[in-house]
Design a protein around this ligand. Structure first.
Ligand SMILES: Cc1cc2nc3c(=O)[nH]c(=O)nc-3n(C[C@H](O)[C@H](O)[C@H](O)COP(=O)(O)OP(=O)(O)OC[C@H]3O[C@@H](n4cnc5c(N)ncnc54)[C@H](O)[C@@H]3O)c2cc1C
Length: 303
């Protein structure tokens, strides 16, 4: 079912995020986990786009393979930094030809060590990419007459590039006004941040569905890596205390992290989140444990 229709029906969406493995072994491993993810019947799965387009082909090939060889419905991420209009057009045409009907439109980060405006010469902000995809849709070149459903990033705790949080909401609204259909958020660990963000969106006139990003912590090393990657995400004191209590016991840290994420999901369901997006790091175990502790076998039972 088209995600726009799922939102219309007011059912919560469940989605899982993967990154494209760079080795054949990693790809084999992921497809082993994908067999397990299939049983959870997600609404869709998403595939990240390596910084600055570094996984352009890998992302494309993984999305098409998931679409053609599994029952899962994939959504590619696409960043516009460093790309020109011709390249973005090629990427969109190829996804359209493969019947992919949703896309997460992002700006991406400035490539490390590069200063100046060069990477942003063609597309300055994600809003420009949204506008470009909208025009592509209107050109009738997508086999689905509605074209791609367009998702954009949202940051419940704010994006570090724009410390002015009022201006930031205007920027978010600009992406919606240019044609975005839904928002997927940066991961967060305190649901109050999401509910407040949802309220601030409403006040700013942003009424598109907001899919909440949740990441189960499975190790202290992973938590530290994420603190760097997930710009601005805050680890609340009760979570840090619980992780500290688990000390250096890896299995205990993992239990604490998965339990925390499970409670976040339960509370998000109670608060009628439009969607829950689990950052999986290509492993199915934590996600399966969350579903089991929520008392269900798959997403269709998560109401
Ligand atoms: C769910 C999710 C998935 C992601 N997936 C990927 C991925 O696959 N690959 C990857 O490389 N990165 C990914 N990212 C990271 C993302 O690319 C970075 O966070 C990037 O810094 C911002 O992208 P954006 O789409 O939010 O950009 P934008 O919406 O353009 O915003 C970036 C910053 O610019 C500001 N801004 C926007 N418009 C204007 C304007 N007109 N004037 C002045 N300032 C403005 C915004 O307030 C914000 O601070 C993801 C992030 C999220 C939340």
């Amino acid at each position: 079912m088209d995600i726009r229709d799922v939102f219309q029906s007011r059912r919560t969406t469940f989605s899982f995020e993967f990154f494209p493995p760079r080795t054949a072994e990693g790809a084999g491993d992921l497809f082993g986990h994908i067999k397990e993810f299939e049983k959870l019947k997600p609404t869709f799965v998403s595939v990240t786009y390596g910084a600055g387009g570094s996984t352009r082909q890998l992302t494309h090939d993984l999305v098409v393979k998931i679409s053609t060889t599994t029952p899962l419905d994939p959504m590619p991420h696409l960043t516009c930094v460093g790309h020109d209009e011709r390249e973005i057009d090629e990427i969109l045409s190829s996804y359209a030809a493969a019947g992919i009907n949703k896309i997460l439109a992002l700006r991406g980060d400035r490539p490390k060590g590069v200063t100046g405006d060069e990477p942003f010469k063609h597309f300055r902000h994600a809003a420009d990419l949204v506008g470009f995809i909208r025009k592509f849709n209107e050109s009738g070149r997508h086999p689905d007459r509605r074209g791609f459903a367009i998702g954009v990033a949202g940051f419940p705790e704010g994006h570090p590039d724009t410390p002015n949080r009022l201006e930031e909401m205007d920027r978010l609204k600009a992406k919606i006004d240019r044609g975005a259909d839904f928002i997927v958020t940066q991961l967060f660990f305190d649901n109050r941040d999401l509910y407040d963000f949802r309220d601030r969106c409403e006040l700013a006139g942003v009424r598109t569905p907001i899919i909440a990003g949740v990441m189960p912590i499975t190790s202290i090393a992973g938590m530290k890596r994420m603190a760097d990657l997930a710009a601005g995400a805050r680890y609340p004191a009760p979570l840090i205390r619980a992780i500290n209590r688990a000390g250096g016991n890896d299995a205990a840290v993992r239990r604490v992290g998965v339990h925390w994420a499970t409670e976040q999901c339960r509370d998000l369901l109670d608060h009628k989140a439009a969607g829950i997006h689990l950052y999986t790091l290509n492993k199915s175990t934590a996600t399966r444990e969350i579903y089991a502790t929520l008392g269900v076998e798959n997403s269709l039972q998560l109401i």
